[in-house]
Design a protein around this ligand. Structure first.
Ligand SMILES: [Zn+2]
Length: 455
């Protein structure tokens, strides 16, 4: 009797546990949203303590480290076989929220009309809870793992990640021991017509933030000289703003546009399907810039002038004037070669160029076991779904991981309906409870599939 019953009971208890973990997920998300980790200043250690208590309760060892006072990071590892480890990465910090423009208090985690509201519901505490519950389910299942699985929550993503993921890579490289794969924010799912479409981010445009400073003789506003620092910076800014950088198609962008084509109508669909022929068609690109500036930005390097500094007095011509540029480079562009090009465009030896921030570019291939596991998981949970490998104009912490040769994808298990605009970084950020619960189940399914031996 006993020998027959025991495995049955074990199986039963495992199933109940996995279901429990999904059931408790919304409460977990609400509790996480109520922790104030608005960056600046971040205070991510508050989130670390909360996550640590949950890992303690589950009996899973973890480590924590602060990059600066209050800037906490936490990671935990489930041991498995020799295959490259999988990292589940999310960030604890959230962007500020102006309560005056919200229907509810942004830190209240209020539930309204089937949605959980809160700063971070999508970006990325919601995703973090799917990782956490999947990680706990994996641990509870007692199944043999083919690879280590690492749960990691970091600080500071919203300000560039230098106190979080970037700091971890520099100061706690051991946390990534044997890691070959990583999933992170940056992906999304949406119903387009009747088709579930998931974007999986494989690379991103690379930020190159520059400060240009012009120097010239200062003086009084009543006696203008032939040249001045301010006039120099304005002239250079004008030349840069008027420059259309070369349009060209990199393979991941081409794959993304071609895969998107069936979801558009008429002329746009045809143009996208033949993007390699249309990338230099000015009328098409102008139309795209009007309709979808984010997509058009994937066809060239770009620079936005975002900050200007001159005199602090109306009648004083200052000795220096400055301008800051938010340039975003295609992932195969050498940043220094681009700066050389900008110097030619600015054409002024009195202007000094300074790098404020620059990342190394990298692309993750889609021809990997991780991509296939995500694809198989989505297939079985969303029949008829399509995947669009995508290139993001913005950046996440994934570039730090691609730099250390970890194949990294932006993947979120949430399928949003068209009417549910999630409000990332905007007002009323929220997630539908059913969408979220399904996401927890899909993430659990994915982790089991990718990391257990009896797949
Ligand atoms: Zn984020």
């Amino acid at each position: 009797m006993r020998t027959i019953l025991f495995p049955l009971l074990l199986l039963l208890s495992v199933q109940i546990s996995a279901a429990d973990l999904i059931e408790q997920a919304p409460e977990r998300l609400k509790a996480y949203l109520k922790i104030d980790t608005i960056n600046p200043p971040g205070n991510e250690t508050r989130g670390v303590k909360w996550l640590a208590a949950i890992l303690d309760e589950a009996g899973i060892p973890y480590e924590t480290a602060e990059s600066a006072p209050g800037r906490g990071n936490i990671w935990a590892r489930l041991k498995g076989g020799d295959e490259p480890a999988l990292v589940l990465l999310h960030h604890i910090d959230v962007v500020p929220a102006d309560a005056a423009h919200w229907d509810v208090d942004p830190l209240s985690a209020a539930v309204k009309d089937g949605y959980i509201y809160g700063r971070g519901a999508i970006d990325t505490k919601g995703l973090g809870i799917t990782h956490l519950q999947a990680f706990l389910a994996l641990h509870k299942s007692g199944r043999k793992l083919s690879r280590d699985v690492i749960f990691m929550a970091t600080a500071d993503e919203e300000a560039g990640g230098f106190y979080g993921a970037g700091w971890m890579v520099k100061n706690h490289r051991e946390a990534f021991r044997n890691a070959g794969y990583l999933i992170n924010e940056g992906g999304s799912g949406a119903l387009i017509g009747d088709t579930p479409v998931f974007r999986i981010e494989v690379t991103q445009k690379v930020p190159l933030w520059l400060r240009l400073t012009a120097t010239d003789t200062p003086g009084h506003g009543s006696s203008p000289r032939l040249t001045s620092s301010v006039n120099r910076i304005l002239r250079a800014g004008n030349r840069i703003a008027e420059t259309q950088f070369e349009r060209r198609l990199i393979p991941p962008v081409q794959a993304m546009f071609e895969a998107s084509a069936p979801f558009y109508k008429g002329e746009m669909s045809k143009k996208l399907a033949n993007i390699s022929e249309n990338v230099t068609d000015n009328d098409f690109v102008t139309a795209l810039r009007i309709e979808q500036p984010g997509s058009a930005a994937l066809l060239s390097n770009t620079c936005s002038i975002t900050r200007l500094e001159g005199s602090n007095k109306i009648n004083v011509v200052p000795p220096t004037a400055a301008m800051e540029l938010d340039c975003r480079l295609l992932p195969d562009q050498d940043p220094d070669a681009f700066i050389d090009l900008l110097k030619v465009v600015a054409n002024d030896p009195n202007i000094k160029f300074e790098k404020i921030m620059a990342f190394t570019p990298a692309v993750s291939s889609t021809d990997t076991p991780l991509f296939r596991a995500i694809s198989a998981t989505l297939d079985s949970n969303f029949p008829g779904m399509k995947i669009i490998p995508s290139v993001s104009t913005g950046f996440t912490d994934s570039h730090f991981m691609r730099d250390i040769n970890i194949t990294s994808y932006g993947f979120a298990p949430f399928l949003y309906s068209e009417d549910a605009k999630p409000g990332v970084h905007g007002n009323n950020e929220r997630i539908n409870v059913e969408t979220f619960n399904k996401g927890v189940q899909v993430m659990t399914d994915f982790v089991m599939r990718f990391a257990t031996e009896d797949k």
